[in-house]
Design a protein around this ligand. Structure first.
Ligand SMILES: [Zn+2]
Length: 1003
């Protein structure tokens, strides 16, 4: 037979596009439309309904950027349509390629009840099925004219990302606003042909199935009367029934489809718009669940659920009903789908505490899955945190975005720094916005790395990012793909049901040890420095606020600010969302984030000060107390307590031969040369120089930084090819115990201030930054031969090689640390500690003298122009420190000291810590009162050096019982969770990096 594949395939495309799809709505009449444009920010539903609308018609322009318009559409169902299915087709000016990134709407009935959302792939509202004829129709659409930020061409700077700069020119033109007859048979024919056409394209050309399908499609098209598709659709479908009825092969890949809308809690839209996006999608999904009995929808991020509950009670009522039916299911157990690289230990834990608690409190649902499809890499501390939260499984998709190395597994055990293993699935469909296209499913089956050992994968199905969710077309396609020869099988399932199936299917999955590093988006560790500093500051203040408020409650009977801390925590957690903390949102989001962090910091300072005043009492003898919130004693003040402090080592500053100054505190001698650079960092105790001969530390280096794509997200490796060392000096002075250097470069200027603090060389860098597409780094070359380095992560540290032997190491040219990067050779090491930066790189070079230079460089600032064209412009201040002679434990301690400054208050009577731990390797990360208001003291700690610890915890108050709990402060499932103690002293044995939470009742 002749090969006419191309002919039939082209015929299918044209007839579908031009004849069959348009026949889904064979008859229509225009609706009357009126509109009221809200003058500023969104208004309540009641206000929108009560407003008096003015005239507008299809084809008219509407929608200033970020505006809200309330459309009222009215009409009458023609009597001739009696018995037919009638829908309103409401096109707000949609571009169907932009679901979630464009204008959107939520349809309400006149009584204010929500009906469903409108978006470019979901423009219909069911009006009558079947119609009586003569029904009057009145719908109200709350429409949001959100601008397209990620437009074409991609990644071009735009002023549309902030209401203040976006202008007022209307963005959209109203499309058809009709009442129309919906022809279900034609709609079914469209799906039959789409499923078969897409399947056919994936089948082998030399296999019979491809030709069976091709011939059936040809016959179906022959049956269509092109002038009367509606009359002939059923006959065409009959030609396809045979090929659609052939079951899948027994070896077919099995896909669990989970209805989903991955909604970014803020990104190319502000937080307030996400509140509405979530409501639109949830309304859409409850409507779809009512229409489609087998469908299941999963929604993550407790914050988004909380928004619905707070802002859209009627949508919430529908959601609650669907949850009770087990079909609208909470996915995961985090407050938001946060970044996981940068959040500190406690913040990462609290993401799970608040996320899980919301689902437990509202629905009694305690998920065992963590759900993070889109987060930019996964820190190696996460498995232990997931387990400590009472979960044991993880889903992510994002590692498929890695640009260099292909991840070897799709289902595996992920092992974290402490040895905890989490059953992890990484959907081979390679998207969290699956739309049930044949190409997507075939890709999942082909791509699946566990073939031969396992058969199941998950496909998150529905429009995401900006919302929308699953469509009825996706559900219709899934029904045809349930059991179809040549295709993977498709079944709607909850995430939990999938995981149970996948675990049973794969009893011995392979193991991946260490971080899941994303080989992309590395600049998210640096972009939007203000947002990152706000996060770090609030994390530190939350530690202090809980510690001192708990201490004041136990010691002085002060009230504990439960509700305030709960609210502040949730706000900080929200801002760790994977496009806020990473700095990849529009200007509006980051402007608000900076304001919010400043407000939270003031509030937390208030809590800290009130608690410390309650503890310090009056100071009749005129004494001074230093409060030490760090987990290690300093200057004689115990960790978590307050006492008069011993003086810090005296620092001398003298001029240096050849220019510059020398600072010395008896522990370290730092020489600053005439260029204002550290040219010597001498460790008196070890009698050793830290820096390589001829090198200089605290050197600022400026790189050209224009990545090929994703400006705020990416730094591409070639940035290293050009570098300017900033060594010119405007001014160099010694000022008391500080040495200060002023420089200018480009349109910017910088002041670096050097001080010594008990063996720590601190560098304060104040930058007035006015560069474009540049990356500013600060280098600390060290005379250390290290094959690997340690970077702090949640509840421990991760080791990374300093060499680039393989493509895996070479790809990690920019990575994350929390408060320190530590390098060492046997007997001596050094740490670079940081108060607020996360991005860094570590490189090695062998010198002519045979020695090895290990260079740690911290990333300070970038200046990408998309999506925020003014990213990072203006004044910034950073604090870093070089700690010569630091072992890993010193790095941990100095990191806390740098981020938790001492606070001095009038007071005569020292404050004893609530809990003391006998071994410095065991670090307390939280002391607080239990969230349940019982007054119990909760203390969380971990082994911080990667070794074993056998020590004691001593409570500084009368203790009743001690219970080992999970992060949610519930007794551990493993028995015995009751921990023996003797007068409040508990014997502890911790394995490397082990995390422990104890709950102590008070007698
Ligand atoms: Zn996302």
């Amino acid at each position: 037979m002749h090969d006419d594949r191309a002919l039939v395939e082209a015929r299918l495309k044209r007839v579908l596009d031009e004849r069959i799809r348009p026949a889904v709505y064979p008859e229509s009449v225009p609706l009357d439309v009126a509109v009221w444009h809200a003058p500023g920010e969104p208004v309540s539903v009641a206000e929108g309904l009560a407003a008096v609308p003015g005239p507008i018609a299809a084809g008219d322009a509407w929608g200033a950027p970020w505006g809200t318009s309330w459309f009222t559409v009215t009409g009458t169902v023609p009597s001739a349509w009696r018995g037919r299915i009638v829908e309103a087709v409401l096109d707000l000016g949609f571009d169907e390629n932009m679901p979630g990134f464009q204008c959107e709407g939520l349809v309400h009935l006149p009584d204010g009840s929500p009906v469903k959302g409108l978006n470019p792939r979901n423009q219909w509202v069911r009006v009558a099925a079947p119609a009586r004829g003569g029904e009057s129709v009145r719908l109200h659409v709350e429409a949001a004219s959100n601008p397209v930020i990620l437009g074409h061409p991609l990644f071009r700077p735009t002023a549309l990302g902030d209401r203040d700069t976006a202008g007022t020119a209307p963005l959209y033109r109203l499309g058809r606003m009709d009442l129309a007859v919906f022809d279900r048979t034609v709609w079914d024919l469209v799906l039959d042909l789409e499923v078969l056409g897409e399947l056919m394209a994936e089948l082998p050309v030399d296999g019979a199935r491809r030709w069976d399908v091709l011939r059936a499609v040809g016959r179906a098209l022959d049956r269509i009367d092109l002038q009367d598709v509606n009359a002939t659709a059923a006959a065409a479908r009959a030609e396809l029934a045979g090929v659609l009825a052939v079951p899948a092969a027994p070896s077919a890949h099995r896909i669990s489809a989970v209805g989903h809308a991955h909604i970014d809690s803020a990104w190319l839209w502000p937080l307030r718009e996400t509140v509405r996006k979530v409501a639109r999608t949830a309304a859409n999904m409850t409507a779809l669940l009512a229409d489609e009995p087998g469908f299941v929808f999963a929604m993550s991020q407790a914050q988004q659920w909380a928004w619905i509950k707070e802002h859209r009670p009627q949508v919430w009522a529908q959601v609650v009903k669907a949850v009770a039916e087990g079909r609208f299911v909470p996915a995961g157990g985090m407050w938001v789908e946060s970044d996981t690289n940068m959040p500190g230990s406690e913040a990462m834990a609290r993401q799970f505490v608040h996320g899980k608690r919301f689902f437990i409190d509202e629905f009694g649902i305690d998920n065992e899955e963590a759900w993070l499809p889109d987060t930019f890499g996964f820190a190696a501390g996460l498995p232990q945190i997931i387990k400590a939260a009472g979960a044991r499984r993880l889903l992510t998709q994002k590692i498929s975005w890695s640009r260099v190395n292909r991840f070897p597994h799709h289902t595996f055990l992920w092992e974290g720094i402490d040895g905890t293993r989490i059953f992890t699935h990484f959907p081979p469909v390679d998207t969290y916005n699956c739309s049930m296209k044949g190409g997507e499913l075939a890709h999942a089956a082909r791509n699946f790395r566990e073939k031969g050992a396992a058969r199941h994968s998950l496909a998150p199905t529905g429009w995401g990012d900006g919302g929308g969710g699953t469509t009825r077309e996706m559900v219709g396609k899934a029904a045809r793909l349930r059991d179809l020869e040549g295709s993977p099988t498709v079944t709607w399932e909850t995430p939990a049901a999938f995981f149970a199936r996948a675990e049973a299917d794969y009893p011995n999955p392979p193991v991946w040890v260490g971080e899941l590093y994303l080989e992309l988006h590395r600049a998210t560790l640096t972009s939007q420095a203000g947002t990152k500093q706000g996060n770090r500051l609030c994390e530190a203040l939350l530690r202090e606020a809980e510690l001192w408020a708990a201490t004041a409650a136990v010691r002085a009977g002060a009230p504990y600010p439960y509700e305030q801390l709960d609210r502040v925590w949730k706000t900080v957690l929200l801002h760790q969302f994977h496009d806020i903390l990473p700095g990849s949102s529009i200007a509006w989001v980051h402007r608000e984030a900076r304001d919010t962090y400043a407000r939270l910091a003031r509030e937390l300072e208030g809590i800290v000060l009130a608690a410390q005043r309650a503890l310090a009492g009056d100071a009749p003898a005129g004494g001074r107390l230093v409060f030490n919130a760090a987990p290690h004693a300093r200057r004689g003040v115990p960790a978590g307590g307050a006492a008069p402090a011993e003086p810090a080592p005296a620092v001398t500053v003298r001029p240096r031969d050849g220019g510059g100054y020398v600072l010395d505190d008896g522990l370290v001698r730092a020489e600053i040369d005439g260029r204002g650079l550290i040219v010597s960092a001498y460790d008196h105790r070890a009698r050793r120089e830290s820096l390589p001969p001829g090198d200089a530390a605290a050197l600022l280096q400026l790189h050209q930084d224009l990545p090929n794509r994703w400006d705020a997200w990416d730094v591409d490796e070639f940035y290293r090819n050009t570098v300017t060392d900033l060594t010119s000096v405007d001014d160099l002075t010694a000022d008391g115990r500080a040495v200060r250097v002023t420089r200018s470069f480009g349109s910017s200027s910088v002041i670096q201030t050097y001080t010594l603090a008990a063996g720590r060389i601190e560098v304060r860098t104040e930058v007035d930054w006015h560069e474009t597409e540049k990356l500013l780094k600060m280098a600390f070359p060290l005379d250390v031969r290290a094959d690997r380095y340690a970077a702090e992560t949640q509840y421990g540290h991760v080791q990374r090689p300093t060499h680039t032997n393989t493509s895996w190491e070479a790809a990690r040219f920019e990575a994350c640390n929390h408060r320190f990067v530590h390098v060492e050779e046997p007997g001596w090491g050094a740490a670079v500690v940081t108060a607020s930066t996360y991005g860094h790189d570590v490189t090695r070079a062998v010198r002519d003298d045979g020695g090895t230079t290990t260079t740690v460089r911290v990333s300070l600032l970038r200046a990408p122009r998309f999506p925020d064209p003014e990213t990072d412009q203006g004044a910034h201040a950073f604090v870093h420190a070089l700690v010569p002679g630091a072992a890993i434990g010193d790095a941990v301690r100095e990191g806390y000291f740098l981020t938790l400054p001492e606070r001095e208050l009038p007071g005569d009577v020292p404050v004893a810590p609530l809990v003391t731990i006998g071994d410095e390797a065991v670090v307390i990360t939280a002391v607080k009162l239990a969230d349940d208001g019982s007054g119990d003291v909760v203390v969380r700690f971990h082994e911080s050096r990667g070794g074993r610890a056998a020590t004691t915890l001593r409570a500084g108050f009368p203790v009743g019982t001690v219970t080992a709990t999970d992060l949610l402060e519930r007794p551990l499932r493993e028995l015995p969770h009751e921990v023996p103690h003797e007068d409040g002293t508990v014997a502890l044995t911790l394995r490397p990096f082990e995390l422990v939470t104890l709950r102590l009742t008070r007698r």
